[in-house]
Design a protein around this ligand. Structure first.
Ligand SMILES: C=CC1=C(C)c2cc3[nH]c(cc4nc(cc5[nH]c(cc1n2)c(C)c5CCC(=O)O)C(CCC(=O)O)=C4C)c(C)c3C=C
Ligand code: FE2
Length: 432
């Protein structure tokens, strides 16, 4: 059984291969699907070669996963830093991936453990994602679409590979893949899809299974409205709601993802915030707002402005009331419960901000789950067998100049990471 092997070795167990970006098309409601061709979904029966079989719909929710105990923290971090979509190395340097992941995870673990200890000793992500899966199943049933809903995590249990094996055992005949990240990033949805494609490519049965992948869904009206509801509700808890600065805080990614690898994350994030602010304006909410990026790790440039620096500057400028809105993730997790609720709140109060609030994550908000169910139903007709395409890293490496630059900087990076105390500190703490 896949999940019975040693936890630390899971990447070796499942193997690694290149990143793939399947074909994309957009639905009328705004989400992007990846699939080939178009077919119509008109009921529960499908024609097989000689007989009619019953359609069995599956929905696979993809998420990051989180350590459930403090002992899980280092192996969880190992899985995260061994992901080629998290630490992007030129092909020639792949051999240092695992030792590097081991080194970084060991250096980072004490800081991460402090964070997880402060929120009760582990990540709430598995519990919340299971609850979302259950709520989605109910919402689909209410719309006359009986479906099995599976949870597949990228870096901890239940791993995506385990969920896929269960989907196979359950003889699912049509699958919708729904990453629980509203905006697409190479480091999140991209990484999870790569795992999925690697497993599907190697399996004759799975490679024929009709699949539809919802790559991003931040533009969906249901999502925008659900976020706006939460913001309006939280604004009302302030003494002077109109004076509150709405502070969107997104998880950052290294600048190189956007500028070199073409990650659409920053553009999608900005569009997402624009849509939410438009919705708020339509409801008469005309507050000022700002977007900043949190949770940077390691010695590289991340998307700016940085959340901590903006909070400090706003306090200095005399902003008195701030409402933090976590925007890149739909469940409570360490970065809402510890980083925002504890670290940034303390920083804000020290910087002169007097009134602090935070919008809760969507979790199982019913309008949100109903909208996810609608997204699944809209995606069903476009399910087709998965195909693999060329990875972005392969494309990059075919360009000799890019390849040489990557090799040059890759070797410097590896050297610095291994031998510079300053770089070691950068992974131990959030900042350099
Ligand atoms: C859209 C969301 C996320 C993006 C983009 C993302 C990129 C990214 N993350 C790291 C490093 C770490 N992430 C960690 C935890 C973590 N990350 C996300 C989401 C995104 N990450 C979530 C929801 C969580 C929390 C899971 C939980 O247990 O609750 C961690 C571990 C915690 C810590 O030590 O701070 C690390 C490390 C990188 C390097 C990256 C992009 C390259
Ligand atoms: Fe992260």
């Amino acid at each position: 059984m896949l999940c019975s092997s040693s936890r630390d070795n899971r990447l070796e167990m499942f193997g690694e291969s290149d990143q793939c970006f399947p074909m994309e098309k957009r639905s009328p409601s705004g989400q992007t699907f990846c699939s080939m061709g178009v077919c119509t979904y008109d009921g529960t029966l499908v024609e097989s070669q000689s007989h009619t079989i019953e359609e069995k719909v599956g929905v696979l929710l993809l998420n990051l996963g989180g350590p459930e105990t403090l002992n899980d923290v280092q192996p969880f971090l190992y899985n995260l830093f061994a992901d080629p979509d998290i630490i992007r190395l030129p092909r020639l340097f792949q051999f240092i991936r695992r030792p590097l992941a081991k080194l970084i995870s060991v250096l980072r673990a004490p800081k991460s453990k402090e964070g997880y200890a402060a929120i009760g000793g582990g990540s709430p992500l598995r519990k919340i994602t299971d609850e979302q899966a259950h709520a989605l199943k109910m919402a689909l049933e209410a719309k006359n679409i009986p479906a099995n809903v599976y949870v597949g995590m990228r870096y901890w249990y239940p791993f995506t590979e385990e969920a896929i094996q269960q989907i196979k055992r359950d003889r699912i005949t049509r699958l919708v893949v729904l990453p629980l990240y509203p905006q697409f990033s190479i480091s999140t949805t991209g990484s999870s899809i790569r795992v999925l494609q690697n497993v599907f490519r190697k399996d004759a049965h799975l490679s024929r299974l009709p699949v539809s992948i919802i790559k991003s869904w931040y533009q969906r009206e249901g999502y925008v409205k659900s976020m706006s509801d939460l913001i309006v509700k939280e604004l009302e808890s302030f003494h002077e709601p109109a004076e509150v600065m709405i502070f969107f805080s997104a998880h950052g990614v290294p600048v190189s993802y956007v500028e070199d690898a073409g990650d659409p994350y920053k553009d999608q994030m900005e569009e997402c915030i624009y849509l939410i602010m438009q919705e708020l304006k339509a409801r008469g909410v005309k507050n000022e707002h700002i977007l900043a990026y949190q949770s940077r790790v390691g010695p590289v440039q991340w998307l700016k402005p940085y959340t901590d620096e903006v909070i400090f500057e706003l306090g200095q400028k005399g902003v008195k009331s701030l409402l933090a809105v976590p925007i890149s993730f739909v469940s409570e997790h360490i970065e809402t419960l510890e980083e925002i609720d504890m670290e940034y709140k303390e920083l804000a109060l020290e910087s002169g901000i007097q009134n602090w609030g935070r919008v809760p994550a969507l979790n199982c908000t019913s309008s949100f789950i109903t909208d996810l169910a609608e997204a699944v139903i809209e995606a069903l007709p476009s399910a087709t067998a998965l195909t693999t395409s060329t990875s972005t890293s392969e494309v990059d490496d075919h360009d000799p100049v890019r390849y040489a630059i990557k090799m040059f900087f890759g070797s410097i990076l590896a050297f610095l990471l291994f031998f510079s105390p300053k770089m070691i500190m950068a992974f131990r703490n959030h900042l350099i």
